[in-house]
Each structure stands twice: as C-alpha cells, then as structure tokens.
Design a protein around this ligand. Structure first.
Ligand SMILES: [Zn+2]
Length: 311
C-alpha cells in the first residue's frame, strides 16, 4: 500500500472514532436516521449495564445528537403536581424554540467544520500525492491552525453563553478541539448534545421532525409510570408514596396529551394483548411479556402481578 492510501486509512479510523457517543442507561440519545430522527436503542457498538456506545453519521451536521435524561430529576420543584413548570418540561413548542435558538447560536461552527473537513480530507491528501510531504505541510498547516484556533475560541464563547452551568464539558470540548483537527471537526455537533436537557425525552421526540416510533417509546414509558417500581418493593417510600403517585399521574397526563396531539389513543396502551402463543395465558402489564399458567411473576422485569390474557 502506498503512502497516501495508508495515510487516508489511518485518518479514516481516527475520524470514525470521533463519531461515537457513550450513553448512560438513564439518558435517551436522539440521533439522525435517514431524513428523520430516532432514539438510539438497538445496534449499540458496545453495551454494558453502565451504558452503551452508539454511532452517529460521520459528517458535520448529520452527526448532531441530543442527550436527554429520562429521569427528569430536574423537574421544577415549585410545581411537583403540574402547573407551568411541568407544562414547559413537556412542551413541544418550547423544545422547538430551544433547538432553533441553539442552532442559530452555533451556526457558524458548521462552516468552520466543513472547511476543516476540506483541508484534512481533500487538500492534504491531494497535495501530499503531487508535491510531497514538506510542501503539503507548508500549504495545509497555516490555514489548519488558523481555523482550529478560530473554532476553539468560538466554541468557548458561544458555549459559555448557551450553557453557563456546564464548565467541565466546555473545557473538555475546547481542549480537544484545540489539540486535534478531527476533534475540531466534530465540535460543531458536540456543542448541541446538552441543548435539550431538562425537557422530557418524549416531548423532545414529539418535537423532532420525522421522529420514528414515537408511540412505541411513549407506551413503554407510560406503562412503567403506570406500574411503577416504588409500588411493588419499596415499603420505605410509604410516606412519600402519595406525592410520588401524584407526580407520576401528572407525567402520565402530559404524555397522554402529547399522544392526543399526534392523533393517537393512549387508552390502547393498557389494553390486554392477544396471545402470541396458544400456551400463553398471562401477561405482565408493565413490560408486556407473556407467560404460561405456571409463571407467578414477570421473568423480565420482576413485576409480581401478572394479568390474564382474555381468550
Ligand atoms: Zn414485566
């Protein structure tokens, strides 16, 4: 293999390694798929109990992904049972507004990212092939360093305005973008990762254009709220169970509202399924797994109260 193809291959491996995202289990990662968006769930490169590694399209703009916590622990405390705070956490239009404003703020990074792509992927290999390493470095290095410096400064300034709280992430982004041209290419999309934190993932999913399988994700989450963890094996929560229940009901109400806006019928989410096998007579209302008469609890989610499948 010649020098230039070797260089390109090494570059390609390094480039692709920038376009993976580590996702904790309590966080939903929204990434581009085709013309729309999806919640990254299947097809992880690595999957462990602590999280999983997902890939995104390896091109500026297409690599954008949003990490949105499912726990929504940051629900406004002043409105535990609804009201304006909860409404905005579940507001599609506020998700859209926030997404657009972050996009506008970081817009110029796209051009920096594409210019760096052109230098690294087109100008560098072509000049290396035709005029050799020394002259290539003379041609490529000065604009590369200038673009990287401008990019790092702009990432720092705009990030500080958009996410005043997120100091560690900003330092990490700016340092890596100053040290590696490939990380600098990637920074134009990484700056969007935190943009929708604080919204509920199902509101984000409803607001992203061309999102796939909203109803599936919503029904799974709604059932988990309806048959919640604390109800079955957490007697210590007795005192707070009433407010926990009220909070869950309020969330379920918001999810149902989003479903109705999409023309879906949330009442169907709790209907008994039809048996997938003649021997199945019971199902788990929480995760929908089906069982034979011998089962006493759900094998998948340990829910203790199985319900009959009507025949
Ligand atoms: Zn189950």
């Amino acid at each position: 293999m010649g020098e230039v193809p070797m260089l390109l291959l090494a570059l390609l491996v390094l480039h692709l390694s920038e376009f993976v995202v580590w996702v904790r289990p309590d966080v939903g990662l929204f990434r581009r798929r085709g013309r729309g968006w999806e919640l990254a769930s299947r097809g992880a490169l690595i999957s462990t109990v602590r999280g999983s590694l997902h890939w995104v399209y390896p091109l500026p703009g297409w690599a954008r992904a949003y990490a949105v916590p499912w726990t929504t622990g940051n629900l406004p405390a002043a409105h535990p049972e609804g009201g304006a705070g909860l409404e905005s956490v579940f507001s599609r239009s506020e998700v859209e507004r926030r997404r657009n404003s972050v996009e506008m703020a970081f817009r110029e990074l796209r051009w920096l990212s594409w210019s760096l792509m052109g230098l690294v992927w087109v100008v560098a290999p072509v000049t290396l092939q035709w005029i050799g390493l020394r002259s290539m470095l003379w041609i490529v290095l000065p604009p590369l360093l200038v673009l990287m410096a401008v990019n790092a400064v702009r990432v720092f300034q705009t990030h500080r305005r958009q996410y005043p709280e997120s100091g560690d992430e900003r330092l990490r982004l700016v340092l890596s973008a100053s040290l590696s041209p490939l990380a600098a290419i990637r920074s134009a999309d990484l700056v969007h990762k935190e943009a929708l934190e604080g919204f509920h993932p199902l509101a984000v999913a409803a607001a992203l254009p061309g999102f796939r399988d909203w109803e599936k994700a919503a029904a799974v989450h709604w059932r988990r709220l309806n048959h919640a963890e604390s109800e079955r094996n957490d007697p210590g929560l007795e005192a707070s169970s009433e407010s926990a229940l009220a909070k869950r009901r309020a969330w379920m109400g918001q999810i149902e509202r989003l479903a109705l806006e999409r023309g879906l019928n949330p009442a169907a989410w709790d209907q008994p399924p039809s048996a997938t096998d003649p021997s199945h007579t019971q199902y788990c209302p929480r995760c929908r797994s089906q069982f034979t008469p011998a089962a006493v609890a759900c094998h998948d989610c340990q829910w203790p109260r199985l319900l009959p499948i009507p025949s």
